[in-house]
Design a protein around this ligand. Structure first.
Ligand code: GRF
Length: 189
């Protein structure tokens, strides 16, 4: 049985999809949800699902090994960032080579980097007059939204689309593909 650790600090809809996908699985389970935001929706999901949570503190995350040691002790086989906005420090990247993945709600390398999250992404996509958007699932390195791409899936953008409607199309792709890719990676470990 492999251990998935989800890092999330938002509503947690992707975390929920991953939890649902692996419910009753003999391949893997969500062993821990790591969060940096007290009150985040994902913490309610974890409580309802009976999944342990770890509320992390910025200084220790950036400048110590305490969380790396905790993740190794589980042990975490795959770390899945699902709406986690802090940059992952080098010591964590190096402790889990090719074992940390992120989902980005656009087609990287466009519309990525610091500050490009949530509605900012979809607003930028619409302002740029893009004809398509989508999702990028990628390995995490020490830069924002920069690691090797694992999967991209696309949706079309019509002149009637708004940032909100693009967000809905992109979220459908996220929910459809993220659990599948997590399972595919776990099977290849
Ligand atoms: C998703 O759009 C994901 O692409 C981004 O953060 C959002 C998280 O949404 N990285 P949720 O908390 O899973 O609903």
């Amino acid at each position: 049985m492999k251990n998935i650790v989800i890092f999330a600090s938002g509503a947690g809809s992707n975390a929920q999809k991953i939890i649902d996908h692996f419910r009753g699985s003999d391949i893997a389970r969500v062993a821990l949800i790591v969060c940096n935001k007290p009150g985040a929706g994902v913490l309610e999901i974890a409580a309802r699902e009976g999944i342990p949570t770890l509320l992390i503190e910025r200084e220790a995350f950036l400048h110590s090994d305490v969380y790396v040691q905790q993740l190794k002790a589980i042990p975490a086989h795959l770390i899945v960032l699902a709406g986690f906005l802090w940059k992952i420090p080098a010591n964590l990247v190096q402790a889990f080579p090719n074992r940390i993945i992120n989902i980005h709600p656009a087609l990287l390398p466009k519309f990525g980097g610091k500050g490009m999250y949530g509605h900012f992404v979809h607003e930028a996509v619409i302002s740029a007059g893009e004809k398509e958007s989508g999702i990028t699932i990628h390995f995490v390195n020490e830069k924002y939204d920069d690691g090797e791409t694992i999967l991209q899936e696309r949706c079309t953008i019509t002149p009637e689309d708004t940032p909100e409607s693009v967000a809905r199309k992109v979220q459908l792709l996220e929910h459809q593909w993220f659990p599948v890719i997590v399972e595919r990676l776990l099977k290849s470990l």
